[in-house]
Ligand binder design. Structure first.
Ligand code: SAM
Ligand code: SF4
Length: 336
C-alpha cells in the first residue's frame, strides 16, 4: 500500500503512531491476581470483532503508516481463528509491516509455535511471574507453569526469540526476581520487569501488590553490575546489561518514571474501541466505523479523531492503601 506523508497518524504533540496493539479477545484461561478478579465477566461473542474485521482494521492502520502490530488479549492463543489472523497479517511482513508479534501467557504456545513461525512471527513476549509451581498457581489461580515452560521451549526451538515479561509483585515474587532474571538469561531470553498498574478492580489491594522498580534496581545493583544501554525497543522500557549473566534486562516503570514523550502506539480492544492512551479514557469506536456504510472513509475519520484526542501523558498513581483503580477497565481489555 503506497504511503503519502499526509496519511501518517500524527498527534497534536508531533508523535507519529507506527505501532498498533490489537486485542483479539478479552477472555483468558488464567486469572492473574493483578490483572482480573477470579469471577471476571467476559463479553458476548457478537461484541468481539470477527476475523475479517480484525484484518480490515489492521489494513486500515497499515494504510496510515503503522508498521508494527502486536496481537494481544486477554489471551490471544485461546481465540480459535488466531493463527488464521496471524497468517493473513503475516503476508504483509516485509512490505507494509516491519513486524508482527504477540504477547501471550504461553499456556497454548507449544501447540502453535510452529504455525506462528511459519507465518512470519520472529519475536514473542511471554508473561511469566514466577518459576515456582505453587506460586504460579497462586498468582494466576491456575496450575499451568509446566505448559508455559513447554511453550517457551517450543517457540525457541522453532527460532522465535522469546522475551519474558515479569510483573514485579511486592509479596509474591519480589524475592524471586534475581532467580527469574538469571534463568531467563541462561536460556537466552531477554527479560523485562513491569510495575503493576492500577487498571480495573481486582480481588486484592493494588497497594499491597505494588513494588516500585527503582527499589528492585537498587537491590540488583548490590548483587550485579548493571550497565545502562542505549537500546530502545520503540517502547517504554529502559534497559541495562547484566555483566554477570551477559543478558539484557528491561524496566517498565509507568508509575515511577513517566515514558509518554516517546509514545508511538495506540491500543484497540477486541470490540474495536481504540484507546489513545493505556492510562486514559480517550476513546474512539472503530467497530461502528467498520460496520457502517463506508468503512474505509469512516475508519480514516475515526483515526484522525484518535490523533486529535491522544493525551500528552497518562495520570496513573497508586497513592494509598484502598485507593480506587485509576481506570475501571482491566489490562485484559486493552492488552499488554
Ligand atoms: N494474556 C497475555 C499475557 O498475559 O501475556 C496477554 C495480555 S496481558 C493483559 C499483557 C501483559 O499485561 C502481561 O505481561 C501481564 O502481566 C500484564 N498485566 C496485566 N495486568 C497488569 C497490571 N494491572 N499492571 C501491569 N501489568 C499488567
Ligand atoms: Fe490472562 Fe494475561 Fe491477564 Fe494473566 S495477565 S489474567 S494471562 S490476560
Amino acid at each position: 500500500m503506497a504511503q503519502s506523508p499526509a496519511a501518517l497518524l500524527t498527534d497534536r504533540f508531533a508523535r507519529t503512531i507506527s505501532y498498533l496493539r490489537l486485542s483479539v479477545i478479552d477472555r483468558c484461561d488464567l486469572r492473574c491476581t493483578y490483572c482480573m478478579p477470579e469471577r471476571q465477566s467476559f463479553l458476548p461473542k457478537a461484541e468481539v470483532l470477527t476475523l475479517e474485521e480484525l484484518y480490515s482494521l489492521s489494513r486500515g492502520f497499515m494504510a496510515r503508516g503503522v508498521r508494527k502490530i502486536r496481537l494481544t488479549g486477554g489471551e490471544p492463543l485461546v481465540r480459535r481463528d488466531m493463527v488464521d489472523l496471524v497468517r493473513a497479517l503475516g503476508r504483509h511482513i516485509g512490505t507494509d509491516l516491519d513486524e508482527l508479534t504477540l504477547t501471550t501467557n504461553g499456556t497454548h504456545l507449544a501447540a502453535h509455535a510452529e504455525a506462528l513461525a511459519a507465518a512470519g512471527v520472529r519475536r514473542i513476549n511471554v508473561s511469566l511471574d514466577t518459576l515456582d509451581p505453587a506460586r504460579f498457581a497462586r498468582i494466576t489461580r491456575r496450575d499451568a507453569l509446566g505448559s508455559v515452560l513447554e511453550g517457551i521451549a517450543a517457540a525457541q526451538a522453532v527460532g522465535i526469540a522469546v522475551k519474558i515479561n515479569t510483573v514485579a509483585l511486592k509479596d509474591e515474587n519480589g524475592d524471586e526476581l534475581p532467580d527469574i532474571i538469571s534463568w531467563a538469561h541462561a536460556q537466552g531470553h531477554e527479560i523485562t520487569l513491569i510495575e503493576v498498574m492500577p487498571l480495573g478492580s481486582v480481588d486484592g489491594d493494588r497497594y499491597d501488590q505494588f513494588l516500585p522498580l527503582f527499589a528492585v534496581g537498587t537491590q540488583l545493583e548490590q548483587r550485579w553490575t548493571l550497565t545502562p544501554e542505549t537500546h530502545r525497543s520503540g517502547g517504554p522500557a529502559h534497559y541495562v546489561r547484566v555483566a554477570q549473566t551477559g543478558g539484557r534486562l528491561g524496566f517498565i516503570t509507568p508509575l515511577t518514571n513517566n515514558f509518554c514523550a516517546g509514545c508511538n502506539r495506540v491500543r484497540v480492544t477486541a470490540t474495536g474501541q481504540l484507546f489513545a492512551c493505556l492510562g486514559g479514557r480517550e476513546q474512539v469506536d472503530l467497530r461502528a466505523a467498520l460496520r457502517g456504510a463506508n468503512p474505509e472513509a469512516a475508519l480514516n475519520a475515526a483515526l484522525n479523531e484518535a490523533m486529535r484526542i491522544k493525551p500528552e501523558k497518562h495520570h496513573f498513581a497508586i497513592s494509598s492503601p484502598g485507593a480506587e483503580p485509576a481506570l475501571a477497565r482491566h489490562m485484559s481489555m486493552t492488552g499488554g
